[in-house]
Design a protein around this ligand. Structure first.
Ligand code: ADP
Ligand code: ZN
Length: 630
């Protein structure tokens, strides 16, 4: 990745942008490459931006939209979240609105008039609405500062979030050739990136790629020992009590089951999937966004566009289909830069299910090949014994010099063993039994079990019967899991879980390659230490921190907005630590812009003042206390 450090030539547009950054948003500096992107757009260029979640994509279009004449049009796929995005901008004093089906015709009409009168800095529009004749006509009559296409990977067929309406967005270029366009995404491997450029006609656009690393996220992947539910509960209780998080499951049934189980155990958990009626879905999402400490249990239908900054963990009870999906889903944790966990549990059954889904997919051959490649990469990622972050970043052509020290393989390096002979036994057992049986049966044969099925097929007479007694059934399962993950065994197309040999199994069977495999971790092995928060509130400041949070909540509730929209945690922490005494000092805290200072400054300052006086009185009291007679 290019990490450009050269100073930009002084540029009046960029100076203006810096003013907006300081006064409107309350931040002191741009995070590179925000400055380069913003200045490129202000000068009228198109841009494609790849930046990890939490990297600060929004400012890249919000500031140029404010600086340039006219209104910035933001195309975003999720109408349910537009209200929150607009609320959040209005808190900064930015003139923002949205147009979607949630508005009454009168409300929509009013927004349209504001657009025509140039009274808006930013307007959020759903893609399907944007290309209606009425909307296009309206845009033609308005002055447009720029078009921002958020979640641009939705244009890609390869991606997991494909939206057909996005394809039409290429029209923007034809109809508004003079207006700068910026496409933004947090996911994009090379094929996806190429597709975005091509479909949106961004061949001339500047490409801005920020590093993909999310150093505050701790990656942890462990093998399923059949106790996933209990382990999830323990993880939440020990590491994230009263914190908000997302738990991903594959099926709706599983979502309901896990949500109910967590509720029974005192966790404020709510289900979310496409099978729930609209109202409950919306209600659960709102509770997750507004209240503190809600855990949402969801299928992958949940999460895109959720910009809640304080999600402290993302847990996967199933394997995502690709590394991009994993990166995207885990990326929803820790947007605010504070420590967060990406926790996943996976097992043999996941590997088999995904292989089957992929084998039975009715996509065309070339599409299938890409899918297979992506799944292989995901499975390999689970089984690696070296740093997860290095592998993850390498997948996106990013580079990390040293092991990260903040993933499970760095923190507790897994043991490996020479599994060449065991693998030969496992493969040979598949061969001897006719390449059509599933793992459980194969293990019974290796262990020399006397079952009806074994005698029915005469498998007590094959040469691999009973040769595997040195390993337990569990250990054999981890061997089979890794052989399937590595493509040394293929799963049948019929969906019964029967295994067969592949080209890749030959050299192992012939003894030409040595095979090192991961050892299963002993359960109940030493607990991983809890991850320290990056900005932890010091002990002496706990009370004021609570008081600041309560004030924030009160202010949020009277307006019906999420608490983080008033101020982020990081801003409150800084207030608690620095104790500003007047507006001038308060304005120096990161995240306090002019509008918020005006609106909330007095309330927060008087709280801080009371606390200070309280503390002084308190300390005088202590001095005055009669001393105990010795
Ligand atoms: P993304 O859309 O890339 O996931 P956001 O735009 O939501 O990220 O930004 C993530 C967080 O970083 C937000 O809380 C935002 O206010 C903050 N942020 C963005 N740019 C800056 C900056 N230059 N200085 C300080 N904080 C920033
Ligand atoms: Zn690591």
């Amino acid at each position: 990745m290019s990490r450009m450090t050269e100073t930009l030539p002084s540029n009046p547009g960029l100076e203006h942008a810096r003013e907006v950054l300081r006064h409107t948003f309350g931040y002191s500096d741009f995070r590179p490459p925000q400055d380069r992107i913003i200045s490129h757009l202000i000068d009228g260029g198109d841009a494609i931006v790849l930046m990890p979640t939490g990297g600060g994509k929004s400012l890249c279009y919000q500031i140029p939209a404010i600086v340039r004449e006219g209104t910035g049009i933001i195309i975003s796929p999720l109408i349910a979240l537009m209200q929150d995005q607009v609320n959040s901008l209005r808190q900064y004093g930015v003139r923002a609105a949205f147009l979607n089906s949630a508005l009454t015709p009168e409300e929509a009409h009013q927004v349209e008039r504001q657009l025509l009168r140039e009274e808006l800095d930013l307007l959020y529009v759903a893609p399907e609405r944007l290309l209606t004749p009425r909307m296009l006509d309206l845009l033609m009559q308005s002055r447009i500062a720029l078009f921002a296409i958020d979640e641009a990977h939705c244009v890609s067929h390869w991606g997991h979030d494909f939206r057909p309406e996005y394809i039409q967005l290429s029209q923007l270029h034809e109809r508004f050739p003079e207006t700068p366009r910026i496409a933004l995404t947090a996911t994009a491997d090379k094929p996806t990136r190429k597709e975005i450029v091509q479909r949106l006609a961004l061949q001339q656009a500047g490409e801005f790629i920020a590093g993909f690393d999310r150093p505050n996220i701790r990656y942890q992947i462990s093998e399923n020992d059949g106790n996933a539910k209990q382990r999830l509960l323990r993880f939440i209780r020990q590491e994230h009590p009263d914190e908000s998080g997302i738990v991903y499951c594959l099926s709706r049934k599983r979502v309901n089951e896990i949500a109910a189980w967590l509720q029974e155990n005192g966790i404020d958990a709510l289900p979310y999937h496409a099978g729930l009626d609209n109202r409950s879905r919306q209600h659960h999402q709102t509770r997750f966004l507004r209240d503190e400490g809600v855990v949402i249990v969801a299928t992958i239908a949940f999460g895109m566009g959720i910009d809640k900054p304080d999600v402290r963990f993302v847990a996967h009870l199933n394997l995502p289909k690709s590394i991009e999906a994993y990166y995207q889903e885990t990326g929803r944790a820790g947007r605010d830069g504070q420590a967060a966990n990406a926790w996943m549990i996976y097992g043999l059954q996941d590997v088999i299910t995904l292989r089957q889904m992929q084998a039975s997919s009715d996509a065309d051959e070339s599409h299938k090949r890409v899918e297979r490649h992506k799944l292989d990469a995901m499975l390999a990622f689970c089984e690696i014994t070296t740093c997860r972050r290095q592998t993850l970043l390498a997948y996106f052509d990013d580079h990390l010099e040293h092991p990260c020290g903040n993933c499970d393989t760095c923190l507790q390096p897994p043991e490996t063993w020479d599994a060449t002979v065991a693998s030969q036994m496992a493969l040979s057992c598949v061969h001897r039994t006719g390449q059509r049986f599933g793992v459980n049966h194969l293990i019974d044969v290796l262990l020399g079990k006397e079952s009806d099925r074994i005698s029915q097929f005469g498998h007590h007479r094959v040469s691999t019967f009973g040769i595997g007694k040195d390993l337990t059934a569990t250990e054999w399962r981890t061997v089979y899991r890794q052989l399937i993950a590595r493509g040394l065994l293929a799963v049948d197309l019929e969906g019964y879980g029967g295994l067969r040999l592949t080209q890749a199994s030959r050299p192992v069977l012939r003894g030409e390659t040595r095979l090192m495999l991961r050892k299963a971790r002993k359960m109940g092995a030493k607990q991983q230490r809890k991850q320290p928060r990056i900005a932890e509130i010091s002990d002496g400041n706990q009370a004021i921190w609570q008081a600041l949070r309560n004030l924030r909540l009160e202010l949020a509730q009277t307006q019906g907005v999420p608490a983080y929209v008033i101020f982020h945690d990081a801003t409150l922490i800084e207030m608690a630590e620095k104790r500003p005494r007047d507006k001038q000092q308060l304005a120096l805290i990161s995240g306090v812009g002019d509008h918020k200072l005006e609106r909330y400054g007095d309330a927060f300052l008087s709280l801080l003042k009371d606390d200070l006086e309280g503390a002084q009185n308190h300390s005088t009291d202590t001095v005055d206390l009669p001393t105990n007679p010795a």
